[in-house]
Design a protein around this ligand. Structure first.
Ligand code: GDP
Length: 297
């Protein structure tokens, strides 16, 4: 929770300080709370959902003081996130579990892949990486350096290579070597958005040729500091790629810890992990209650 402390303090400064005081619970206060939630990027719909419950509870005198209001708010926020609290499960299998990682440049994709690889490795899985972001030259190097340092094999073909071909090779190699989990990086930007989506679809097709059940997880990495943009990106990727999970990064240094509620409300996709820093250990399995407690209490 320490890593989330900056988010927490901002969230609380913005949202909850006025509730910690002993203000009377009335329509003004509820209206104030509503606008604070929206300003914290919780989103119009998620805010409306929470507020309708709180308004009802207040009108029935079920919530009479600021402590009770905070508890009620906390409960409703947890409810919003419980539906998307679905940790990634990797079954034991003879063939590699293939995780395809997508997202725009700068979202934290490469860093997340490194963190995830380490976490899986620490959990006893053998891991291989595919340097499928062949468009951004530094991405291949970044992944290779990371792999060398952590003893994780990285399949690459240098920048400018065909992404689908790199990932095809990697799946073959992972099968041959009995690897448990293959994590494939992909491009986060091409000359046009259409190019990118076509390339990603091709990657998916090619993986499916080697294993019709793969990719087993198509994970989008979203920068939690980008608010509404993150939502729009996720929608667009979901349309072409049928995402199965999300990672929300940079929740350590942002005032926008609230965006996760909007993401949950709008996309309803499992949030597998959250990124709470730049270090390798700064990737946490997403837990609704823990997240809300870190923000609110
Ligand atoms: P990519 O272009 O999507 O592959 O993004 P990178 O993995 O290169 O990350 C972009 C920047 O964000 C780097 O400086 C990372 O160290 C940083 N970053 C990634 N995840 C997090 C996070 O959870 N918290 C913070 N504070 N920084 C992060």
């Amino acid at each position: 929770e320490a890593k989330l402390s900056r988010t927490r303090s901002k969230f609380r400064d913005n949202l909850l300080d006025f509730m910690l005081g002993n203000k009377p619970i009335n329509a003004d206060l509820l209206e104030e709370l509503e606008s604070q939630l929206i300003m914290a990027d919780v989103g119009i719909e998620a805010t409306a959902r929470v507020m309708s419950v709180l308004n009802r509870q207040v009108s029935r005198s079920e919530v009479g003081d600021s402590t009770a209001l905070r508890q009620a708010l906390q409960l409703e926020l947890v409810k919003l996130l419980t539906a998307v609290e679905q940790p990634l499960e990797i079954p034991d299998s003879d063939s590699p579990f293939v995780i395809l990682v997508v997202g725009v440049n700068g979202s934290g994709k490469t860093t997340t892949i490194g963190k995830l690889a380490k976490q899986l490795q620490d959990g006893g899985k053998s891991v291989m990486l595919a340097a499928g972001d062949t468009f951004r030259a530094a991405a291949v190097e970044q992944l290779q350096t990371w792999g060398e340092r952590n003893n994780v094999p990285v399949i690459s073909q240098g920048s400018g290579a065909d992404s689908a071909s790199v990932i095809f090779d990697a799946v073959q190699s992972a099968k041959a070597r009995g690897i448990d989990v293959l994590i494939a990086d992909t491009a986060g930007r091409l000359h046009t958005q259409n190019n990118l989506m076509e390339e990603l679809q091709k990657v998916k097709r090619v993986i499916g040729k080697l294993d019709p059940t793969a990719p087993h997880e198509t994970l989008i990495v979203l920068d939690g500091g980008t608010g509404q943009n993150a939502l729009n990106q996720a929608r667009q990727f979901h349309e072409t790629m049928q995402l199965t999970g999300m990672v929300v990064t940079k929740l350590d240094g942002t005032a926008k810890g609230g965006v996760i509620f909007a993401i949950a409300e709008h996309l309803g996709l499992p949030i597998r992990f959250i990124g709470v820093g730049e270090k390798v250990e700064d990737l946490e399995v997403f837990e609704a209650e823990r997240y809300v407690n870190a923000l609110v209490s």
